[in-house]
Design a protein around this ligand. Sequence first.
Ligand code: DGY
Length: 318
Amino acid sequence: MKKIVITRKINPNMIEKLKKDFEVVVWNEDEQPMPRERFLEETKDAHGVMTMLSDKVDREMLENAQNLKVVANLAVGFDNIDLEAARANEVVITNTPDVLTETTAELAFTLMLTAARRVLEANRELMAGEWSGWSPYHMAGTDVFGKTVGIFGMGSIGAAFARRLSGFRVKVLYHNRSRSEVGESMGAELVSFEDLLAESDFVLCAAPLTGETKHRFDKEAFSQMKESAYFINIGRGAHVVEDDLAEAVRNGDIKGAALDVYENEPIGRDHPFIGIDNMTLLPHIGSASVDTRNNMMNLCVNNIMEVLNGGKPITPVQ
Ligand code: DGY
């Protein structure tokens, strides 16, 4: 029987589906990733693996897993995977595009409005019993309507975010490797990176992490943004030089930031972002709705089954 390793607790129905034809090993922990040693040990004789973005699928792992045919990553991003080593070892890599687009765009929107209207700050004040009553500028934030919103990365999530903006009477700019027909059909205008930074009141990073985009948002980039602007990130933490962002917000070079992703996750209390008032920080929950996570799991399971039964992967990344 072919062996499948699943590195985190998932929906039991998916496991049952796989168990009909395969031996399935599951790391049944919700909070903790499968330890690296165990991951290497279990995948050594595995034919298929369902990985999380916290698992490193590198050359060591791929060369160690002699029977491996497919890695189904439970994420649209796959920067945790060495694609070159996968190609060299003839391992198919799949991800979960499309099924998480709307959910992740909703979270990007949530971050933007939460930051603009100081929702977390206001909530913290009230919960601490520190609300002293109504006053004209109490917790006064920033409007989104009538402003300029810049999208870095007009892929499917960027486009779903732009679609949501249509009711807000905003100007939408975007910066992308190539022109986006979908983006432009929603009135978004392609601009240079510099113009995106200089003109936007809200800059959303929704790009995949590549060598080209890594650390693109650095001191220089933040210095080009308006002092009143917000930076929002639902892409990957490594798009950002985090010390530079912390300094930009602390010094008032930009108004604030709203983030779902960090370069090294999870972050702890010693992270430079902690304690800065104008930071809206979430623990990487972009695609975390129950329906979407089930759909992502289902897509991973179907990708594994297709490949191991001799068919074609449904959503290969290469
Ligand atoms: C992804 O799918 O890459 C997201 O970051 C998961 O929330």
